[in-house]
Design a protein around this ligand. Structure first.
Ligand code: SIN
Length: 313
């Protein structure tokens, strides 16, 4: 049974990754989870300088989901290189460094610092954080800027380059197309949706920054539709993210067109979810005589003449 997946020059042992910001830098949970059974870890976003992030409260639970406004808090790329990479190297899995920045120059500088390191196998570029005033959505909702960022980073790396897209646009497929044409190897679909939650006694938002990013099972149907739209617009692989809690959820994403999946919010409930999902996918394939997970990707049967989403593409 083939579980592995090759992206550019990197072989993932299975198609299940843990999403940025939900697994720290791996070391926090390494006593609880057999990290070597994951397809890979996407690190918390890294910026050039350490960031404290947004004021508290910055997380609140919602129906079937969670709102966060962390504001890209992170230890900064230098500390990541000195303190985290030596630990991450010991785990037998693929490490994708997620990079966030407030200028194109910052994206390039952080990537250039990480590019030569053997402990970093690829990059996921965050152009989609809804919780910062500079960078984040101000980049990710501008198709020309997303194209320029992709082009500049492509020139600087031979490793897999993945762009993480926002769903907070009308047609995510336009953004995926520009990433593909500027040389990205894959796109991650989707980051969180802008949301709010209100304390009715205080008449105040439950999140200090008023809005935050909604994630978890509440967004899974939206994520599936965005993956389907993207997959039908580009040839590069689409990495599906959004509310995946079980192997059944992951299989839905494969059927609509995801080549890999990322587990996000579910890690806060159980950091071993990724491993359970990977094992469940394997058993599903064995039970259904599928010798390669890749064979179910994009196999959704639709009536294209009446499908609304197909009419956009
Ligand atoms: C955050 O740090 O605010 C969340 C990161 C993201 O949504 O990209």
């Amino acid at each position: 049974m083939i579980e592995s997946f090759k992206l550019k020059n990197v072989e993932f042992k299975n198609r299940v990754l843990v999403a940025s910001g939900t697994f720290g830098y791996g070391d926090e949970v390494s006593d609880l989870v057999d990290i070597g059974k994951l397809g890979g870890i996407v690190t918390k976003s890294l910026s050039m300088k350490p960031r404290d992030g947004n004021p508290n409260p910055r997380i609140t639970e919602t129906a079937s989901g969670m709102l966060n406004s962390i504001g890209l808090a992170n230890i900064g790329v230098e500390k990541f290189i000195s303190d985290k990479i030596p630990v991450l190297r010991k785990h037998n899995t693929i490490i994708i460094a997620n990079i966030a920045a407030s200028s194109i120059e910052e994206y390039c500088s952080v990537l250039e610092m990480l590019e030569p390191l053997s402990g970093v196998h690829g990059f996921e570029i965050n152009v989609s954080c809804p919780n910062v005033k500079e960078g984040g959505l101000s980049f990710g909702t501008d198709v020309k800027l997303v194209g320029r960022i992709t082009k500049e980073l492509r020139r600087r790396t031979q490793k897999p380059l993945i762009i993480k897209l926002t769903p907070n646009v009308t047609h995510i497929s336009e953004f995926a197309r520009v990433c593909e044409s500027e040389g990205a190897d894959a796109v991650s679909v989707i980051n969180t949706l802008i949301g709010m939650s209100v304390n009715i006694n205080a008449r105040k938002p439950k999140i200090a920054t008023t809005t935050g990013g909604l994630s978890g099972p509440a967004i899974k149907p939206i994520a599936l539709a965005k993956v389907y739209e993207t997959r039908n617009a580009v040839k590069i692989p689409v990495i599906g993210i959004g509310g995946i809690c079980s192997w059944e959820d992951a299989v839905e994403f494969f059927i609509v067109g995801a080549s890999m999946v990322q587990i996000g919010t579910a890690n806060f409930v159980n950091p071993s979810t990724g491993i359970t999902v990977a094992e469940g996918i394997k058993q599903y394939c064995q039970k259904n005589d599928i010798d390669d997970v890749g064979k179910i990707i994009g196999t959704l049967q639709t009536n294209k003449t009446i499908s609304i989403i197909d009419s956009w593409l």
